[in-house]
Design a protein around this ligand. Structure first.
Ligand code: NAD
Length: 499
Protein backbone atom coordinates (compact mmCIF):
# COMPACT_ATOMS: atom_id res chain seq x y z
CA UNK A 1 0.00 0.00 0.00
CA UNK A 2 1.32 3.45 -0.87
CA UNK A 3 2.45 5.82 1.88
CA UNK A 4 2.06 9.58 1.55
CA UNK A 5 5.10 11.32 2.96
CA UNK A 6 6.04 14.86 3.89
CA UNK A 7 7.82 17.16 1.42
CA UNK A 8 10.49 19.06 3.28
CA UNK A 9 13.15 21.15 1.58
CA UNK A 10 12.14 19.73 -1.79
CA UNK A 11 12.43 16.07 -0.80
CA UNK A 12 9.95 13.39 0.24
CA UNK A 13 10.53 12.07 3.75
CA UNK A 14 8.66 9.72 6.08
CA UNK A 15 9.76 11.86 9.03
CA UNK A 16 10.75 10.53 12.42
CA UNK A 17 7.44 9.95 14.23
CA UNK A 18 6.94 6.37 13.05
CA UNK A 19 3.20 7.11 13.11
CA UNK A 20 0.89 6.78 10.10
CA UNK A 21 -2.87 7.05 9.60
CA UNK A 22 -5.17 5.26 7.14
CA UNK A 23 -6.68 7.00 4.10
CA UNK A 24 -9.98 5.53 2.84
CA UNK A 25 -11.84 5.52 -0.46
CA UNK A 26 -15.37 6.62 0.58
CA UNK A 27 -16.99 4.83 -2.39
CA UNK A 28 -15.64 1.40 -1.42
CA UNK A 29 -14.89 1.87 2.27
CA UNK A 30 -11.45 0.36 1.61
CA UNK A 31 -8.15 1.75 2.81
CA UNK A 32 -6.21 3.18 -0.14
CA UNK A 33 -3.05 4.54 1.50
CA UNK A 34 -1.21 5.31 4.68
CA UNK A 35 -0.31 8.88 5.46
CA UNK A 36 2.71 9.86 7.55
CA UNK A 37 1.76 11.79 10.70
CA UNK A 38 4.34 14.42 11.60
CA UNK A 39 5.72 15.06 15.08
CA UNK A 40 7.53 18.10 16.56
CA UNK A 41 10.86 17.13 14.98
CA UNK A 42 9.28 16.91 11.50
CA UNK A 43 7.67 20.34 11.91
CA UNK A 44 11.04 21.66 13.18
CA UNK A 45 12.69 20.37 9.99
CA UNK A 46 10.05 22.04 7.80
CA UNK A 47 10.42 25.33 9.69
CA UNK A 48 14.23 25.19 9.38
CA UNK A 49 13.91 24.67 5.60
CA UNK A 50 11.40 27.52 5.30
CA UNK A 51 13.60 29.85 7.37
CA UNK A 52 16.70 29.03 5.33
CA UNK A 53 14.87 29.71 2.06
CA UNK A 54 13.28 32.96 3.25
CA UNK A 55 16.04 35.57 2.70
CA UNK A 56 16.71 34.60 -0.93
CA UNK A 57 13.06 34.18 -1.85
CA UNK A 58 11.75 37.36 -0.20
CA UNK A 59 14.54 39.38 -1.85
CA UNK A 60 13.63 38.07 -5.32
CA UNK A 61 11.81 40.68 -7.46
CA UNK A 62 8.04 40.00 -7.40
CA UNK A 63 8.04 39.76 -11.19
CA UNK A 64 10.27 36.69 -11.00
CA UNK A 65 8.13 35.14 -8.26
CA UNK A 66 5.12 35.78 -10.52
CA UNK A 67 6.73 33.76 -13.32
CA UNK A 68 6.70 30.65 -11.13
CA UNK A 69 2.99 31.25 -10.52
CA UNK A 70 2.33 31.28 -14.27
CA UNK A 71 4.17 27.96 -14.57
CA UNK A 72 2.33 26.47 -11.58
CA UNK A 73 -1.00 27.42 -13.12
CA UNK A 74 -0.07 25.66 -16.37
CA UNK A 75 1.14 22.54 -14.55
CA UNK A 76 -2.05 22.26 -12.49
CA UNK A 77 -4.07 22.52 -15.69
CA UNK A 78 -1.92 19.89 -17.42
CA UNK A 79 -2.43 17.51 -14.45
CA UNK A 80 -6.10 18.29 -13.87
CA UNK A 81 -7.44 14.79 -14.58
CA UNK A 82 -4.96 13.09 -12.23
CA UNK A 83 -5.66 15.64 -9.48
CA UNK A 84 -9.43 15.26 -9.93
CA UNK A 85 -9.15 11.47 -9.64
CA UNK A 86 -7.15 11.86 -6.42
CA UNK A 87 -9.84 14.13 -4.99
CA UNK A 88 -12.67 11.78 -5.96
CA UNK A 89 -10.91 8.74 -4.53
CA UNK A 90 -10.37 10.32 -1.10
CA UNK A 91 -13.24 12.82 -0.75
CA UNK A 92 -15.93 11.06 -2.80
CA UNK A 93 -17.17 14.04 -4.86
CA UNK A 94 -17.74 13.55 -8.60
CA UNK A 95 -14.92 14.08 -11.09
CA UNK A 96 -16.64 17.16 -12.57
CA UNK A 97 -17.13 18.64 -9.11
CA UNK A 98 -13.46 17.89 -8.34
CA UNK A 99 -12.49 19.79 -11.51
CA UNK A 100 -14.49 22.75 -10.19
CA UNK A 101 -12.55 22.47 -6.91
CA UNK A 102 -9.30 22.64 -8.94
CA UNK A 103 -10.45 25.50 -11.18
CA UNK A 104 -11.55 27.69 -8.25
CA UNK A 105 -8.09 27.09 -6.76
CA UNK A 106 -6.31 27.84 -10.03
CA UNK A 107 -8.09 31.17 -10.18
CA UNK A 108 -6.23 32.17 -7.01
CA UNK A 109 -2.95 31.14 -8.66
CA UNK A 110 -3.92 33.36 -11.61
CA UNK A 111 -4.60 36.19 -9.15
CA UNK A 112 -1.15 35.60 -7.61
CA UNK A 113 0.38 36.00 -11.10
CA UNK A 114 -0.43 39.71 -10.73
CA UNK A 115 1.70 40.05 -7.59
CA UNK A 116 3.97 42.84 -8.92
CA UNK A 117 0.92 45.04 -9.31
CA UNK A 118 -0.70 43.85 -6.06
CA UNK A 119 2.40 44.76 -4.02
CA UNK A 120 2.66 48.30 -5.42
CA UNK A 121 3.01 50.86 -2.65
CA UNK A 122 1.88 54.48 -2.26
CA UNK A 123 4.06 57.54 -2.60
CA UNK A 124 3.32 61.14 -1.59
CA UNK A 125 5.75 63.83 -2.60
CA UNK A 126 6.27 66.83 -0.32
CA UNK A 127 4.38 65.84 2.83
CA UNK A 128 6.60 68.62 4.23
CA UNK A 129 9.14 70.83 2.52
CA UNK A 130 11.57 68.44 0.91
CA UNK A 131 9.98 65.49 2.74
CA UNK A 132 8.40 62.53 0.95
CA UNK A 133 6.35 59.68 2.42
CA UNK A 134 5.80 56.21 1.05
CA UNK A 135 4.37 52.90 2.11
CA UNK A 136 5.50 49.47 0.97
CA UNK A 137 4.28 45.97 1.69
CA UNK A 138 6.82 43.36 2.77
CA UNK A 139 6.50 39.66 3.45
CA UNK A 140 5.58 38.41 6.93
CA UNK A 141 8.07 35.53 7.12
CA UNK A 142 7.33 31.82 7.51
CA UNK A 143 3.61 31.09 7.10
CA UNK A 144 1.66 27.89 7.71
CA UNK A 145 -1.68 26.67 6.33
CA UNK A 146 -3.92 24.01 7.89
CA UNK A 147 -6.68 22.79 5.58
CA UNK A 148 -9.89 20.67 5.73
CA UNK A 149 -10.84 17.56 3.77
CA UNK A 150 -13.62 19.06 1.70
CA UNK A 151 -11.66 21.11 -0.89
CA UNK A 152 -8.34 19.27 -1.30
CA UNK A 153 -7.31 21.58 -4.19
CA UNK A 154 -9.06 24.92 -3.72
CA UNK A 155 -8.27 25.59 -0.08
CA UNK A 156 -4.52 24.78 -0.19
CA UNK A 157 -4.46 26.96 -3.34
CA UNK A 158 -6.20 29.80 -1.45
CA UNK A 159 -3.14 29.83 0.76
CA UNK A 160 0.33 28.84 -0.42
CA UNK A 161 0.49 30.45 -3.90
CA UNK A 162 -0.52 33.90 -2.68
CA UNK A 163 1.63 33.61 0.43
CA UNK A 164 4.79 32.70 -1.49
CA UNK A 165 4.03 35.21 -4.25
CA UNK A 166 4.09 37.83 -1.48
CA UNK A 167 7.64 36.69 -0.62
CA UNK A 168 6.91 34.39 2.34
CA UNK A 169 7.93 30.78 2.70
CA UNK A 170 5.27 28.23 3.57
CA UNK A 171 4.38 25.01 5.39
CA UNK A 172 1.14 23.28 4.37
CA UNK A 173 -0.58 20.80 6.70
CA UNK A 174 -3.49 19.33 4.71
CA UNK A 175 -6.31 17.16 6.00
CA UNK A 176 -5.14 13.66 6.84
CA UNK A 177 -8.38 12.36 5.24
CA UNK A 178 -7.57 13.65 1.71
CA UNK A 179 -3.81 14.25 1.51
CA UNK A 180 -2.97 13.06 -2.05
CA UNK A 181 -4.07 16.14 -4.01
CA UNK A 182 -2.39 18.71 -1.70
CA UNK A 183 0.80 16.63 -1.75
CA UNK A 184 0.75 16.57 -5.57
CA UNK A 185 0.11 20.33 -5.69
CA UNK A 186 3.25 20.98 -3.66
CA UNK A 187 5.21 18.65 -5.98
CA UNK A 188 3.90 20.70 -8.93
CA UNK A 189 5.03 23.93 -7.25
CA UNK A 190 8.54 22.45 -7.02
CA UNK A 191 8.34 21.40 -10.69
CA UNK A 192 7.27 24.94 -11.55
CA UNK A 193 10.58 26.20 -10.19
CA UNK A 194 9.65 27.23 -6.65
CA UNK A 195 12.99 26.73 -4.87
CA UNK A 196 13.47 24.00 -2.25
CA UNK A 197 12.30 25.07 1.19
CA UNK A 198 10.00 27.82 -0.10
CA UNK A 199 6.97 25.55 0.08
CA UNK A 200 6.99 22.51 2.35
CA UNK A 201 4.32 20.01 3.28
CA UNK A 202 3.88 18.12 6.52
CA UNK A 203 1.12 15.56 6.70
CA UNK A 204 -0.36 14.92 10.09
CA UNK A 205 -3.03 15.35 12.71
CA UNK A 206 -3.41 17.34 15.95
CA UNK A 207 0.20 16.66 16.95
CA UNK A 208 1.51 18.37 13.79
CA UNK A 209 -1.01 21.21 14.17
CA UNK A 210 0.01 21.87 17.77
CA UNK A 211 3.69 21.88 16.78
CA UNK A 212 2.87 24.54 14.17
CA UNK A 213 0.77 26.69 16.50
CA UNK A 214 3.43 26.85 19.18
CA UNK A 215 6.54 27.07 16.98
CA UNK A 216 8.63 30.24 17.45
CA UNK A 217 9.82 30.10 13.85
CA UNK A 218 6.31 30.48 12.33
CA UNK A 219 4.95 34.01 11.88
CA UNK A 220 1.44 33.54 10.48
CA UNK A 221 -1.17 30.77 10.36
CA UNK A 222 -4.10 30.36 7.95
CA UNK A 223 -6.72 27.79 8.90
CA UNK A 224 -9.93 26.48 7.36
CA UNK A 225 -12.02 23.81 9.10
CA UNK A 226 -14.73 23.33 11.71
CA UNK A 227 -15.64 26.06 14.22
CA UNK A 228 -14.38 24.46 17.46
CA UNK A 229 -10.99 23.79 15.86
CA UNK A 230 -10.90 27.26 14.23
CA UNK A 231 -11.49 28.88 17.62
CA UNK A 232 -8.74 26.75 19.19
CA UNK A 233 -6.32 27.58 16.35
CA UNK A 234 -7.04 31.30 16.66
CA UNK A 235 -6.55 31.39 20.44
CA UNK A 236 -3.46 29.17 20.52
CA UNK A 237 -1.62 30.73 17.58
CA UNK A 238 -2.41 34.28 18.79
CA UNK A 239 -1.15 33.39 22.26
CA UNK A 240 2.10 32.37 20.58
CA UNK A 241 2.42 35.73 18.86
CA UNK A 242 1.28 34.78 15.39
CA UNK A 243 -0.93 36.53 12.90
CA UNK A 244 -3.98 34.25 12.41
CA UNK A 245 -6.96 33.88 10.10
CA UNK A 246 -9.15 30.90 11.08
CA UNK A 247 -12.22 30.15 9.01
CA UNK A 248 -14.81 27.88 10.63
CA UNK A 249 -18.07 26.07 9.96
CA UNK A 250 -21.38 27.29 8.62
CA UNK A 251 -25.15 27.00 8.55
CA UNK A 252 -26.19 28.70 5.35
CA UNK A 253 -29.80 29.80 4.87
CA UNK A 254 -31.47 30.51 1.56
CA UNK A 255 -34.54 32.72 1.90
CA UNK A 256 -37.20 32.14 -0.76
CA UNK A 257 -39.67 35.01 -1.17
CA UNK A 258 -43.24 34.38 -2.40
CA UNK A 259 -42.51 36.26 -5.65
CA UNK A 260 -39.46 34.13 -6.57
CA UNK A 261 -39.46 31.88 -9.62
CA UNK A 262 -40.12 28.61 -7.78
CA UNK A 263 -38.49 26.42 -10.46
CA UNK A 264 -35.29 28.46 -10.31
CA UNK A 265 -35.35 28.43 -6.50
CA UNK A 266 -35.89 24.66 -6.37
CA UNK A 267 -33.03 24.03 -8.85
CA UNK A 268 -30.76 26.28 -6.79
CA UNK A 269 -31.65 24.42 -3.57
CA UNK A 270 -30.86 21.07 -5.19
CA UNK A 271 -27.45 22.30 -6.44
CA UNK A 272 -26.49 24.05 -3.22
CA UNK A 273 -27.98 21.49 -0.82
CA UNK A 274 -26.86 18.22 -2.38
CA UNK A 275 -23.80 19.12 -4.49
CA UNK A 276 -20.68 17.49 -3.05
CA UNK A 277 -23.15 15.54 -0.82
CA UNK A 278 -23.69 18.72 1.21
CA UNK A 279 -20.04 18.84 2.26
CA UNK A 280 -19.29 22.41 1.25
CA UNK A 281 -18.88 25.22 3.75
CA UNK A 282 -21.15 27.24 1.44
CA UNK A 283 -23.74 24.45 1.06
CA UNK A 284 -27.28 25.60 1.71
CA UNK A 285 -28.58 23.49 4.59
CA UNK A 286 -31.64 25.59 5.51
CA UNK A 287 -34.31 26.79 3.08
CA UNK A 288 -36.40 29.55 4.64
CA UNK A 289 -39.74 29.71 2.83
CA UNK A 290 -41.63 32.96 3.34
CA UNK A 291 -45.30 31.95 3.60
CA UNK A 292 -46.93 28.50 3.54
CA UNK A 293 -47.70 28.70 -0.18
CA UNK A 294 -43.98 29.17 -0.90
CA UNK A 295 -43.11 26.24 1.38
CA UNK A 296 -45.71 23.95 -0.21
CA UNK A 297 -44.56 24.86 -3.72
CA UNK A 298 -40.93 24.17 -2.82
CA UNK A 299 -41.70 20.81 -1.19
CA UNK A 300 -43.67 19.77 -4.26
CA UNK A 301 -40.85 20.72 -6.65
CA UNK A 302 -37.94 19.48 -4.52
CA UNK A 303 -39.33 16.04 -3.66
CA UNK A 304 -39.06 14.35 -7.09
CA UNK A 305 -35.73 16.04 -7.81
CA UNK A 306 -34.22 14.64 -4.59
CA UNK A 307 -35.68 11.19 -5.24
CA UNK A 308 -34.18 11.20 -8.73
CA UNK A 309 -30.64 12.30 -7.80
CA UNK A 310 -28.12 10.07 -9.57
CA UNK A 311 -26.06 8.73 -6.68
CA UNK A 312 -22.98 6.56 -7.05
CA UNK A 313 -19.18 6.48 -7.03
CA UNK A 314 -17.81 9.89 -8.01
CA UNK A 315 -15.96 8.48 -11.02
CA UNK A 316 -19.12 6.85 -12.45
CA UNK A 317 -20.75 8.04 -15.67
CA UNK A 318 -23.52 10.62 -15.16
CA UNK A 319 -23.26 10.54 -11.35
CA UNK A 320 -24.46 13.73 -9.60
CA UNK A 321 -23.76 12.89 -5.96
CA UNK A 322 -21.08 10.66 -4.41
CA UNK A 323 -20.74 9.25 -0.90
CA UNK A 324 -19.87 11.24 2.23
CA UNK A 325 -16.26 11.30 3.31
CA UNK A 326 -16.01 8.76 6.14
CA UNK A 327 -17.76 6.07 8.15
CA UNK A 328 -17.88 8.45 11.13
CA UNK A 329 -19.47 11.22 9.04
CA UNK A 330 -21.99 8.70 7.66
CA UNK A 331 -23.01 7.56 11.15
CA UNK A 332 -23.18 11.12 12.52
CA UNK A 333 -25.44 12.30 9.68
CA UNK A 334 -27.78 9.30 10.02
CA UNK A 335 -27.99 9.94 13.79
CA UNK A 336 -28.89 13.59 13.17
CA UNK A 337 -31.65 12.55 10.77
CA UNK A 338 -33.04 10.14 13.43
CA UNK A 339 -32.93 12.98 15.94
CA UNK A 340 -34.70 15.40 13.57
CA UNK A 341 -37.52 12.88 13.14
CA UNK A 342 -37.77 12.31 16.91
CA UNK A 343 -37.86 16.04 17.57
CA UNK A 344 -40.91 16.39 15.31
CA UNK A 345 -39.63 17.56 11.90
CA UNK A 346 -41.47 16.00 8.93
CA UNK A 347 -39.26 13.65 6.88
CA UNK A 348 -40.42 14.38 3.33
CA UNK A 349 -37.64 12.47 1.59
CA UNK A 350 -35.68 9.93 3.63
CA UNK A 351 -32.12 9.20 2.48
CA UNK A 352 -31.28 6.85 5.33
CA UNK A 353 -31.97 3.51 3.68
CA UNK A 354 -30.21 4.16 0.38
CA UNK A 355 -27.98 1.23 -0.63
CA UNK A 356 -25.52 1.40 -3.52
CA UNK A 357 -25.42 -1.93 -5.32
CA UNK A 358 -21.88 -3.23 -5.66
CA UNK A 359 -20.61 -0.64 -3.16
CA UNK A 360 -22.20 -1.96 0.02
CA UNK A 361 -19.25 -0.84 2.18
CA UNK A 362 -19.19 2.69 0.74
CA UNK A 363 -20.45 5.67 2.72
CA UNK A 364 -23.50 6.35 0.54
CA UNK A 365 -26.83 7.85 1.53
CA UNK A 366 -29.71 9.38 -0.34
CA UNK A 367 -30.74 13.00 -0.17
CA UNK A 368 -32.99 13.89 2.77
CA UNK A 369 -35.56 16.69 2.97
CA UNK A 370 -37.10 17.84 6.24
CA UNK A 371 -40.12 20.14 6.43
CA UNK A 372 -41.45 22.03 9.50
CA UNK A 373 -37.99 22.35 11.02
CA UNK A 374 -37.74 24.69 14.01
CA UNK A 375 -34.87 26.55 15.60
CA UNK A 376 -34.64 24.35 18.70
CA UNK A 377 -34.01 21.10 16.75
CA UNK A 378 -30.54 19.56 16.56
CA UNK A 379 -30.92 19.23 12.79
CA UNK A 380 -31.21 23.03 12.63
CA UNK A 381 -28.66 23.94 15.29
CA UNK A 382 -25.79 21.71 14.18
CA UNK A 383 -23.78 21.87 10.98
CA UNK A 384 -24.89 18.58 9.37
CA UNK A 385 -22.32 18.58 6.53
CA UNK A 386 -24.26 15.98 4.57
CA UNK A 387 -27.01 15.76 1.91
CA UNK A 388 -29.79 16.99 4.20
CA UNK A 389 -31.91 20.08 3.58
CA UNK A 390 -34.12 21.54 6.31
CA UNK A 391 -37.11 23.68 5.39
CA UNK A 392 -38.13 26.31 7.91
CA UNK A 393 -41.48 28.03 7.36
CA UNK A 394 -41.43 31.73 8.08
CA UNK A 395 -44.53 33.96 8.28
CA UNK A 396 -42.94 37.00 6.69
CA UNK A 397 -39.73 38.52 5.36
CA UNK A 398 -38.83 40.22 8.67
CA UNK A 399 -38.89 36.98 10.64
CA UNK A 400 -36.82 35.29 7.90
CA UNK A 401 -34.09 37.95 8.21
CA UNK A 402 -34.23 37.75 12.02
CA UNK A 403 -33.79 33.97 11.86
CA UNK A 404 -30.67 34.29 9.68
CA UNK A 405 -29.26 37.01 11.91
CA UNK A 406 -29.85 35.05 15.14
CA UNK A 407 -27.79 32.11 13.87
CA UNK A 408 -24.36 31.74 15.44
CA UNK A 409 -22.71 31.20 12.03
CA UNK A 410 -22.25 33.88 9.39
CA UNK A 411 -20.60 32.30 6.37
CA UNK A 412 -23.02 32.51 3.42
CA UNK A 413 -26.66 33.21 2.71
CA UNK A 414 -28.89 33.85 -0.29
CA UNK A 415 -32.23 35.41 -1.13
CA UNK A 416 -34.37 34.38 -4.11
CA UNK A 417 -36.78 37.09 -5.18
CA UNK A 418 -37.84 39.32 -8.07
CA UNK A 419 -38.16 42.30 -5.75
CA UNK A 420 -35.16 44.63 -5.92
CA UNK A 421 -36.14 46.44 -2.71
CA UNK A 422 -36.24 43.22 -0.72
CA UNK A 423 -32.93 42.04 -2.21
CA UNK A 424 -31.22 45.33 -1.45
CA UNK A 425 -32.59 45.44 2.09
CA UNK A 426 -31.45 41.85 2.66
CA UNK A 427 -27.92 42.50 1.40
CA UNK A 428 -27.67 45.51 3.67
CA UNK A 429 -29.11 44.10 6.91
CA UNK A 430 -28.06 40.48 6.94
CA UNK A 431 -25.25 39.66 9.40
CA UNK A 432 -23.42 37.28 7.08
CA UNK A 433 -20.08 37.59 5.28
CA UNK A 434 -21.09 36.41 1.78
CA UNK A 435 -24.51 37.11 0.31
CA UNK A 436 -26.13 35.81 -2.89
CA UNK A 437 -29.00 37.53 -4.65
CA UNK A 438 -30.57 34.82 -6.80
CA UNK A 439 -27.16 33.11 -6.49
CA UNK A 440 -27.27 30.11 -4.14
CA UNK A 441 -23.52 29.60 -3.53
CA UNK A 442 -22.01 33.09 -3.50
CA UNK A 443 -18.33 32.08 -3.31
CA UNK A 444 -16.45 35.26 -4.26
CA UNK A 445 -14.10 35.11 -7.25
CA UNK A 446 -10.36 35.08 -6.53
CA UNK A 447 -9.86 38.85 -6.85
CA UNK A 448 -12.55 39.48 -4.23
CA UNK A 449 -12.10 37.96 -0.76
CA UNK A 450 -13.71 34.92 0.90
CA UNK A 451 -14.72 34.97 4.54
CA UNK A 452 -17.63 34.70 6.93
CA UNK A 453 -18.76 36.64 9.99
CA UNK A 454 -19.57 35.61 13.56
CA UNK A 455 -18.45 32.05 14.43
CA UNK A 456 -17.51 31.32 10.81
CA UNK A 457 -14.28 33.33 11.02
CA UNK A 458 -11.87 34.10 13.85
CA UNK A 459 -9.50 36.91 12.93
CA UNK A 460 -9.80 39.97 10.72
CA UNK A 461 -8.62 39.13 7.25
CA UNK A 462 -10.50 37.05 4.71
CA UNK A 463 -8.87 34.68 2.19
CA UNK A 464 -7.46 35.72 -1.22
CA UNK A 465 -8.21 38.98 -3.04
CA UNK A 466 -6.73 42.11 -1.44
CA UNK A 467 -7.51 40.85 2.08
CA UNK A 468 -5.31 37.83 1.31
CA UNK A 469 -2.49 40.09 0.13
CA UNK A 470 -2.80 42.14 3.33
CA UNK A 471 -2.76 39.01 5.49
CA UNK A 472 0.45 37.77 3.88
CA UNK A 473 2.25 41.14 3.99
CA UNK A 474 3.17 43.82 6.50
CA UNK A 475 2.91 47.46 5.65
CA UNK A 476 5.87 49.72 6.28
CA UNK A 477 5.63 53.53 6.19
CA UNK A 478 8.80 55.44 5.27
CA UNK A 479 9.32 59.18 5.59
CA UNK A 480 12.39 60.46 3.78
CA UNK A 481 14.26 63.69 3.45
CA UNK A 482 17.47 64.53 1.64
CA UNK A 483 18.61 67.86 3.17
CA UNK A 484 20.84 70.07 1.10
CA UNK A 485 24.32 69.79 2.48
CA UNK A 486 25.30 72.60 4.76
CA UNK A 487 21.71 73.68 5.55
CA UNK A 488 20.93 73.45 9.28
CA UNK A 489 17.62 73.98 11.04
CA UNK A 490 18.88 73.37 14.56
CA UNK A 491 17.22 71.01 16.98
CA UNK A 492 13.77 71.08 18.57
CA UNK A 493 12.31 68.95 21.34
CA UNK A 494 8.74 69.53 20.13
CA UNK A 495 6.73 66.81 18.43
CA UNK A 496 7.83 66.89 14.77
CA UNK A 497 5.25 68.61 12.55
CA UNK A 498 5.43 69.45 8.87
CA UNK A 499 5.49 73.25 9.30
P1 NAD B 1 -11.68 19.80 10.86
O1 NAD B 1 -11.82 20.99 11.72
O2 NAD B 1 -11.98 18.46 11.45
O3 NAD B 1 -10.17 19.69 10.31
C1 NAD B 1 -9.52 20.76 9.69
C2 NAD B 1 -8.02 20.64 9.93
O4 NAD B 1 -7.76 20.75 11.32
C3 NAD B 1 -7.41 19.34 9.46
O5 NAD B 1 -6.17 19.62 8.84
C4 NAD B 1 -7.23 18.54 10.75
O6 NAD B 1 -6.10 17.70 10.71
C5 NAD B 1 -7.05 19.61 11.80
N1 NAD B 1 -7.63 19.25 13.10
C6 NAD B 1 -8.75 18.52 13.32
N2 NAD B 1 -9.00 18.43 14.64
C7 NAD B 1 -8.02 19.12 15.27
C8 NAD B 1 -7.74 19.39 16.65
N3 NAD B 1 -8.52 18.94 17.62
N4 NAD B 1 -6.64 20.14 16.93
C9 NAD B 1 -5.85 20.62 15.95
N5 NAD B 1 -6.08 20.37 14.63
C10 NAD B 1 -7.15 19.64 14.29
O7 NAD B 1 -12.55 20.05 9.55
P2 NAD B 1 -12.90 19.04 8.37
O8 NAD B 1 -13.87 18.02 8.87
O9 NAD B 1 -11.67 18.57 7.69
O10 NAD B 1 -13.66 20.03 7.35
C11 NAD B 1 -15.02 20.32 7.43
C12 NAD B 1 -15.27 21.59 8.21
O11 NAD B 1 -14.57 22.67 7.63
C13 NAD B 1 -16.73 22.00 8.21
O12 NAD B 1 -17.05 22.50 9.47
C14 NAD B 1 -16.77 23.12 7.18
O13 NAD B 1 -17.82 24.06 7.33
C15 NAD B 1 -15.45 23.76 7.40
N6 NAD B 1 -15.04 24.53 6.24
C16 NAD B 1 -15.09 25.88 6.32
C17 NAD B 1 -14.73 26.63 5.22
C18 NAD B 1 -14.77 28.13 5.26
O14 NAD B 1 -14.27 28.73 4.33
N7 NAD B 1 -15.29 28.76 6.28
C19 NAD B 1 -14.32 26.00 4.03
C20 NAD B 1 -14.28 24.61 4.01
C21 NAD B 1 -14.63 23.88 5.11
Amino acid sequence: MKTLNHLINGAATAGSSGRTGPVFNPATGEQSADVALANNADVDAAVAAAQAALPGWSAMPPLRRARTMFRLNELILANEQELAEMITSEHGKTIDDAKGDILRGREVVEFACGIPHLLRGDFTEDVGTGVDAYTIRQSVGVCAGITPFNFPAMIPLWMFPLSIACGNTFILKPSERAPSCPTRLVELALEAGVPEGVVNLVNGDKEAVDAILTHDGIDAVSFVGSTPVAQYIYATAAEHGKRVQALGGAKNHMVVMPDADMDQAADALISAGYGSAGQRCMAVSVAVAVGDDTADALVEKLTPKIQELKIGPGNGEGIEMGPVVSKQAHERILDLIDQGEKEGATVVVDGRNFKMQGYENGYFMGGTLFDHVSEDMAIYKQEVFGPVLSLVRSNDYESAVDLVNRNEYGNGTAIFTKDGDAARDFAERVQIGMVGINVPIPVPVAYHSFGGWKRSLFGDMHMHGMEGVRFYTRQKAITSRWPKSGVREGHSLNMPTMQ
